[in-house]
Ligand binder design. Structure first.
Ligand code: FAD
Ligand code: EPU
Length: 335
């Protein structure tokens, strides 16, 4: 285990916040993890788990021990003619993993192409895009409890997955290091092209293969979302709010053009549209601005985590004032 102190996290978070960790360990294997947890216990340090840093807002100083897990193997656990069950280490880069599955002829994850971050974080907020959520392919999530170093394995039901939610953000928030995720993927292609931009492309070009669909998703994402290496950001800064059908009926009278996604008795509204309609696209709040093409994305132009928090609070306030809807922040605070 190589422990570093006063370690810069500047290049380990996609908002490019200049943040310093009191202690930092990049653990390559389980024994590094065990040693790190023991060290933290001996020195009374809180352990904070970092993946690819694409969904966190860093404070200037992060106290305790920041632990990153970098093991990145994928092994086959079981296989039939039509499906495969695999166990993937948490440190595998998510998009590289999606491409790897497509090369192998294992399907299902193509709509989740090009999402930044690591496999270990994928269950934390049940990553989703273009009509697919990762929960539908997860068999179990394995890891260790940070306090006791005891290992755990939770099946998909126990993970309590919801839209951008899981037990890892709720009851077990900050208490676990996920070390591997088991997925079940299909060997039969079953492309999901219900999402409007993908459907339009299919009408023009025909039904895609899973690999083609992955390329389409990458193309759409590149056209909509800014590249964090050019414009530091954390993807969608707020979750899309979900309101009751009754609330929606009233809302629609005032805003008949609002795009909406009905769910059972509930309706999801696009937070990007709400912010956009306030005329905030491109607007700067100090060093943090609303992206000029996608109002749900905040760009950090050299600000601190506190600047990001202040900008987000102001946007939340404006949305609440206008629509009486409370936005919930998606990226986690890391302090
Ligand atoms: P981090 O940001 O490092 O961590 C996020 C949270 O998970 C933290 O609370 C951290 O403590 C915890 N965590 C991370 N790894 C572990 C682990 N091994 N064990 C326990 N806890 C852990 N998300 C989507 O769902 N859909 C999208 O389409 C999407 N698009 C994005 C586009 C851009 C340009 C960006 C910047 C982000 C986007 N995101 C999207 C958000 C982000 O990519 C995902 O949430 C991703 O899963 C975060 O992974 P990470 O490894 O970077 O996690
Ligand atoms: N819209 C506007 N103005 C904007 C942005 C969006 O009017 O500035 C409208 C769009 O025209 C569209 C609707 O809002 O009618 C939805 O927009 P979009 O399809 O771009 O998706 P989103 O709701 O902004 C969500 C996810 C993304 C995911 C995409 C694709 C959340 C919080 N965000 O974004 O996830 O990639 O759908 O499925 O659910 C992330 O979580 O970081 C992320 C990028």
């Amino acid at each position: 285990m190589k422990l570093q102190t006063q370690y810069s996290l500047r290049f380990l978070n996609t908002l490019a916040i200049d943040s310093i960790a009191e202690c930092f360990v990049d653990a390559n294997n389980i024994s590094d993890v065990e040693e790190s947890l023991q060290y933290a216990k001996q020195h009374n340090l809180t352990v904070k788990v970092l993946g690819g840093g694409s969904n966190v807002v860093m404070a200037d100083q992060v106290s305790g021990l920041v632990l990153k897990y970098s093991a990145d193997k994928c092994v086959v656990l079981a296989e039939t003619d039509t499906s495969v069950r695999i166990k993937v280490d948490a440190g595998f880069n998510w998009h590289d993993f999606v491409l790897y599955t497509l090369e192998k002829g294992w399907y299902g994850l193509e709509n989740l192409s090009y999402i930044p971050g690591l496999v270990g974080a994928s269950p934390v907020q049940n990553i989703g895009a273009y009509g697919v959520e990762v929960k539908d392919f997860i068999v179990s999530v394995n890891g260790v409890y940070l306090n006791s170093s005891q290992s755990f394995s939770l099946n998909a039901k126990q993970c309590e997955f919801e839209y951008r939610e899981s037990c890892f953000k709720q009851a077990l928030n900050g208490q676990t290091l996920i070390t591997s995720v088991e997925f079940e993927l299909s060997k039969l292609a079953n492309v999901k092209i219900g999402y409007a931009p993908l459907n339009n492309m299919a009408e023009e070009k025909g039904v895609p293969t899973p690999r083609q669909l992955s390329e389409w998703v990458i193309e759409v994402r590149k056209s909509k979302l800014p590249d964090p290496t050019e414009l530091p950001n954390a993807g969608s800064f707020f979750k899309n709010p979900v309101i009751s059908l009754a609330q929606f009926e009233k809302f629609k009278i005032k805003y008949p053009n609002v795009p909406n996604y009905p769910q059972e008795q509930l309706v999801k509204l696009p937070a990007g549209w709400l912010i956009d309609q306030l005329g905030l696209k491109g607007k700067a709040f100090g060093p943090v601005s609303v992206h000029k093409n996608q109002a749900l994305v905040l760009i950090n132009n050299g600000g601190t985590g506190a600047d990001v928090v202040v900008a987000a609070a102001e946007i939340k306030r404006l949305v609440k004032e206008k629509y009486k809807i409370e936005l919930e922040q998606e990226p986690r605070l890391f302090s």
